[in-house]
Design a protein around this ligand. Sequence first.
Ligand code: ADP
Ligand code: MG
Ligand code: ZN
Length: 623
Amino acid sequence: MKSKIPLMPENKKNQKKSHQASIIYLIIIAFILSGVYVLSNQTPATTVTEINYSTFLSQANGQQIDSLSFTDDRINITLKDGKEEYTVKDPRATPYDLLNDIPLENRQNLNIDIIDSSQSDFWLNLFMQILPFLLIVGFLIFLMRHAQNSNNQALSFGQSKARIYDNNANKKTTFQDVAGSKEAKEELVEIVDFLKNPAKYTAIGAKIPKGVLLIGHPGTGKTLLARAVAGEANVPFFSISGSEFVEMFVGVGASRVRDLFKKAKRNAPCIIFIDEIDAVGRHRGAGLGGGHDEREQTLNQILTEMDGFEVNDNVIIMAATNRPDVLDPALLRPGRFDRRITVDLPTLEERKEILNVHARNKPLVKNIDLRVIARHTPGFSGADLENIMNEAAILAAKKGEKKIDQLDIEKSVEKVMMGPERKSKILSEKEKKITAYHEVGHALVAHNIPECDPVQKISIISRGMALGVTWFLPEEDYMLYSKSKFEGEICSLLGGYVAEQIMFKETTTGPSNDLERATKIAKNMVTKFAMSDIGLTIFGGGQQEVFLGRDYASHTKDYSEKSAEQIDYQVNVILESAYNKTKTILIKNKKKLCEIAEYLLKKETITREEFLNFFKTKEAIVA
Ligand code: ADP
Ligand code: MG
Ligand code: ZN
């Protein structure tokens, strides 16, 4: 995966680094030396005792001294019995002055040594005097180099920072690494073939496409697919991210584009890959908030360069985006990015395959069922699934297991969906009880409405913001939602609220998120899907995402006050009727509600089987 190599030669970079390092070493050595100097100048820690001058004189007169040596500020004394002493002397007094204090007959046998301390310290002193200059010079050199580096950087600004993928690396990405996305791969195989045998296509007059645009949600594997094309085609592959075109200085982007295309032409046949092209390819003239001039220039340059390519240049430009709606139409017209490949969120089968790909280098226990995991994860992207397998491996490693088991993966799905369990969050008995009834309320209502997904698990261990969680497990991925499915969903969302109301006579802040979601579904039913009595009109233009600029105007309300009132009324009708239905279900099942909630309070987590058991026993008794 990490097979990118920078275009700048490694050794040049290293050289630069080692220069800087040696200067830093020089400075450190200088500091150490000066430290040594300071230490060496301190009084030696000793067995040599200090005596005062009169003691010295009396020792001299008693002829106890064997030898003397004079330094600047001391007299070092060696006694005849081998003991060593010193006494402090006035630096201005010469040895001759001092010796005069001792009568001649007492100093005749003394060995006298005069040490010129200025001599011995000559080199050190010299060094200490030069040191500050050395430091300053070193610092200056350091600064100059630094400045030079940034100069170089400024000069190379206009060059593209495109990276070439190393096709020789043994870990190159191929289509094998991309699970699912069958249609996308089929289209891309064609591109690979264009690059490998261009003659085959040009011979019968087929034009080789210039631009391929990969469109899809984040994490669906667009970048991965582009890398796989590079790996399969075995041609040079220049990869750059849209945001890299845009820098501090105006004009840099355009010049980078020029440079990139020039490089590519020299290396043809090859692929240019522009990741996250929406960073530069936005609708021109939509620049609210400034800075759009630079982007426009960059985009214009890309368009010009793409037109400048000849059919037989054999350079294919790939780009990826998750916001095709904001791209400038000029990018999308024929002759530019006219091949558009949509990379969808993976289906159930594809999720299983992706899980398989990411389980390849992980030890799993034998009987693991990745299909169940795939069923748990509708709407997950390839990147999410990769994350799940990784989290599972971490969980298993934490527990000290050698292999990953089903439970590890299921736990990691829950963690990725809801955040980690927060066992430290202590709820009071009352709060726990309310949470238990609330969650069982969701589950019971869903169980009693055929359109609702089956209950998978109920838990009152808090996670992230939620105090409790009820999981549902859809049988398969839905492409279409019916009105009754929406209504069922609203009912099960209201289940928590109604359960609290029935059991405790008042409600808490707990259901606020549930109510918000229920309201949103109801609103969408009215304004987007014409599922209410209000008629066929769609309100709000179906616009969801705000792109500052282009859609600015269309985001103001496009319906009258009267319609707004009607919408509010219809939303309320939907919620009201769902509320009544929910209440009926829960009152009818109040006994079950209590039974299951009390069980949940004891166990904290109930599995699907345990939940279903509550209904089996009854049926068994009836039968
Ligand atoms: P995008 O560029 O579409 O946002 P990436 O290509 O960067 O997504 O995908 C992120 C990661 O998710 C990849 O590195 C890969 O490990 C994983 N992934 C995504 N889709 C797939 C897939 N179809 N098969 C295998 N792995 C995938
Ligand atoms: Mg990407
Ligand atoms: Zn709830």
